[in-house]
Design a protein around this ligand. Sequence first.
Ligand code: AMP
Length: 202
Amino acid sequence: MAELRVLVAVKRVIDYAVKIRVKPDRTGVVTDGVKHSMNPFCEIAVEEAVRLKEKKLVKEVIAVSCGPAQCQETIRTALAMGADRGIHVEVPPAEAERLGPLQVARVLAKLAEKEKVDLVLLGKQAIDDDCNQTGQMTAGFLDWPQKAKKKKIEVIKPGDLGVDLTSKLSVISVEDPPQRTAGVKVETTEDLVAKLKEIGRI
Ligand code: AMP
């Protein structure tokens, strides 16, 4: 009988199909009224956890998300995919904006110990910050090697876990990428080479 327990971290992010817009005050990107979904790489982590359960290698899959109230939608998606239980580490919206890999890794490491899990699965990266750091940092805190019934959501605050979410990072300015200028059509390879030389690309 499988006894392993798995924690899967699922992040709520702006849906991959949404065109991102920078806020007029340049402090971040527009999130109000914008469609959010489970980070696609976290979906892969949940699928893998459920697969391990189907193979009877795992007894329980616990989905965890850190962030504002709406993260419960993301947890529910994980439950619908086959996770057994959800934990919402509730962080108010203003503080959630400052949640980075380091803070989330502290939370995940604490929860992994508290819930006595044997494995933590994460997405390889979150498509909003593209950090690809949380897994490595979580493994570091746990000193673990790193290489992914009753359905209910438990609400806890970082304070309950004794985790301090203070961050030394601050956003100085968020800018749109430079506008691309229109391309030109060339007839021959020679023209192409001449054009590339002209604009200093070769
Ligand atoms: P990142 O290091 O930010 O690219 O995120 C990598 C992975 O860490 C994500 O795919 C999630 O599995 C996990 N993660 C990051 N932030 C959160 C969060 N706020 N809540 C739950 N999981 C998270």
